[in-house]
Design a binder for this molecule. Structure first.
Ligand code: WTA
Length: 664
């Protein structure tokens, strides 16, 4: 076990967890349970006894153009296929069938702009917009199988664009708006995107970022990209290149209004979403159609206990992350939910904007990340207390472990002690929620994601023996295929097998997280075991940040670690060696931060930079990040005898102490 404890920050976390296991338990409130969609624990047993039958039951809630021949094709693990031979269309499931069943006037999104502008978009309107844009894409030469990049802020067009792609079978590749234009370019290049949909400008706390202009600065020589479609959102003048760039409103106006949904194979690619792995190159997670939609719709319905006629649901994430794909767009729309979509930040124009929105639209289900909750704690209860939050009946958490303090604050201050909290564990790779309470059934313990969703099989394995652990800490694995699982890494099949299925063989998915299982079988996810850090719920690879830092002219070498941080979960700390005799000053720090912002995005900028004459390396030259983490966290150093130059550690320790003294 030694390694995991070291990798995940060791003793401190262990102690914290030990404390956690003592704390209170929260059974579902009686009032909630009474009306819950699922209230009988028998569902767990039923799904465990026959998982395929359980998933079939979920898949049957979708509209299929033609039925599947086989539920699960497991003849070639880890390349699993679900509902093979069946055809369906995701946009049909999200739009047409609601309209055909007389729900066209239901609001799909209460959209709220940063400056207070409001737009209610019904299912019928969304369907009309999606059809037109789908035709416009076709007019622009985009067809089935062509990859379409989407780099848009939280405006309705981002949903329209995703669904239009799904309608014609063009896999989308959405890039989070917080990524830099260079990161977009890289993702367009890796995926050989044919078109990119972007925007003139994006609202950023009262300012307008010139998005298209920045895209233009880097995209110039990418010849696979034939079209850039520009949404005119903020009325900014922007450069347009003849023959390549078109305005969204113009091609939509010229397009035919009818675009029937294309029947697509259950395994047709729905989207690629790049996420961080252990190396500097992001991984293109590939999701397909039938299994993915089955997984997100079922989890969205049961985990959030969704009653689409009466609930107002709000997932306060960004569509650019998987949480947005599955729980802003596909799950909620497939279930006919009414959602809120907020363009801006949680603290602009004021720190009560989230709660103002909850009150304004009568939000009943609210889903956000622990980092946001911790920010709210810091701002103080006075902000939510200004508003009537009594409409809320269920709260969710996602993206990182939620510390008990944040859990309890969420429960008391936001949930008024009447709302169950669902702490949902999952990943870009899993497509849908995997470990979570069922709010009408599962007793919760603050800090634990509790048990696998019905039909999902998770285990904690001993690090050294690989054997399942019934109580204690180890590696989290998923032991059976599930419908919404990634199918591969786009154009990197070998890396897919190597990353997830080498350790325990092709039938056992290695999650990449350490977890503890307690005496009740509850799972407590601790954090990553690889070089992935989680800053404010944003997944980043240390190698990615290092490679951005060394792009700065003055830098010779860099090692990046994630340091425990009260606000953001983890914060990025960079140990940097400069070229020759250069000495680092404030200006160099700013320069490095700027380079990272340009290469990846502002959210990846290091919190601290520590100048190092040398880095701790093994004799073979491998940087020992574990020792850097020990220094940064103020722990006693582990074994340093394997270092080429053990004296390096003393120097670095001194520097870190100096810096910490300055900061306090
Ligand atoms: C972490 C986000 C603890 C975990 C949906 C995982 C969590 C990574 C939780 C995936 C949770 C996500 N409790 N840790 N409830 N949810 N994580 O791909 O380390 O951006 O492996 O997907 O976030 O991040 P990703």
């Amino acid at each position: 076990m030694g390694d995991i404890a070291e990798e995940t920050g060791g003793d401190g976390l262990d102690r914290e967890l030990a404390d956690l296991l003592e704390v209170e338990r929260f059974p579902p409130p009686e009032e909630f349970r009474e009306h819950a969609l699922l209230k009988d624990a028998e569902v767990y047993e039923r799904a465990a006894a026959d998982p395929q039958a359980w998933w079939v039951e979920q898949a049957e809630r979708l509209h299929w153009f033609s039925p599947w021949e086989q539920v699960l094709d497991d003849s070639n693990p880890p390349f699993y296929k679900w509902f093979t031979g069946g055809t369906l269309n995701v946009s049909y499931n999200c739009l047409d069938r609601h309209v055909e069943d007389g729900r066209g006037e239901r609001v799909a999104f209460h959209w709220r702009g940063e400056d207070g502008e409001e737009r209610d978009i019904t299912y019928a309107e969304l369907l009309a917009d999606v059809q037109r844009f789908a035709n416009a894409l076709k007019d622009q030469g985009v067809g089935k199988g062509d990859v379409v990049g989407i780099y848009l802020p939280m405006i309705p067009e981002v949903v329209i664009a995703m669904l239009a792609c799904a309608r014609i079978g063009a896999p989308h590749n959405v890039v989070f708006g917080g990524f830099s234009a260079e990161a977009v370019r890289e993702r367009m290049e890796f995926s050989e995107a044919k078109a990119l949909i972007t925007v003139d400008g994006a609202a950023r706390k009262g300012q307008t970022a010139p998005v298209k202009q920045r895209v233009d600065e880097v995209m110039g020589d990418l010849d696979t990209l034939e079209r850039i479609v520009v949404v005119r959102s903020k009325g900014l003048d922007c450069p347009m290149r003849q023959g390549r760039d078109v305005f969204y409103d113009e091609i939509v106006a010229a397009a035919d209004p009818d675009c029937p949904a294309e029947p697509l194979d259950a395994e047709h690619p729905l989207y690629i979403l790049y996420t961080s792995g252990s190396t500097a190159k992001p991984k293109g997670i590939l999701h397909t159609t039938g299994g993915y939609l089955t997984g997100v719709a079922a989890t969205h319905r049961y985990v959030f206990d969704l009653k689409p006629e009466s609930d107002v649901y709000w997932c306060a994430a960004d569509v650019g992350w998987v949480t947005g794909h599955s729980y802003i767009v596909y799950g909620p729309l497939c279930n006919g939910a009414t959602s809120v979509m907020w363009e801006g930040a949680p603290d602009y124009p004021e720190k009560d904007i989230w709660w103002e929105i909850v009150e304004r639209y009568g939000v009943t289900i609210f889903y956000c990340a622990p980092t946001a909750i911790r920010a709210c704690i810091k701002w103080g209860a006075k902000w939510p207390e200004k508003h009537d939050l009594s409409s809320l009946r269920l709260l969710g958490s996602v993206g990182e472990p939620i510390n008990p303090k944040a859990w309890l604050w969420y429960h008391k201050v936001i949930g008024g002690e009447r709302c169950p909290i669902v702490d949902t564990w999952w990943q870009t790779e899993t497509g849908a929620i995997m470990i979570t309470p069922l709010p009408g059934i599962t007793e919760t313990k603050p800090g634990s994601a509790t048990r696998p969703f019905p039909g999902v099989f998770a285990e904690v394995r001993d690090e050294s023996t690989g054997e399942p652990i019934s109580e204690g800490q180890g590696l989290l694995v998923l032991t059976r295929p599930w419908p919404s699982m990634l199918r591969t890494l786009y154009k990197e099949e070998e890396r897919f097998v190597e990353t997830y299925f080498k350790r325990f063989g092709p039938e056992t998915y290695l999650v990449g997280d350490a977890a503890r299982v307690d005496a009740d079988g509850y799972i407590w996810v601790i954090g990553r075991i690889d070089d992935v850090v989680n800053v404010s719920g944003h997944r980043l690879s240390t190698a990615e940040v290092e490679s951005a830092i060394v792009a700065h002219v003055d830098v010779a070498e860099a090692a990046v670690i994630g340091q425990h941080d009260e606000d953001t979960g983890q914060a990025i700390v960079a140990f940097v060696t400069l070229q020759g005799d250069l000495a680092g000053d404030e200006q160099t720090v700013e320069g490095i931060r700027e380079t990272v912002a340009t290469r990846i995005g502002k959210f990846a900028r290091p919190r601290r930079i520590i100048w190092a004459d040398d880095l701790p390396k093994t004799r073979s030259g491998k940087i020992m990040r574990r020792l850097l983490r020990d220094i940064a966290e103020g722990r006693t150093l582990g074994d340093v005898t394997t270092l080429r130059d053990p004296a390096v550690m003393g120097q670095l320790e001194g520097k870190v102490k100096e810096m910490q003294a300055e900061e306090s």
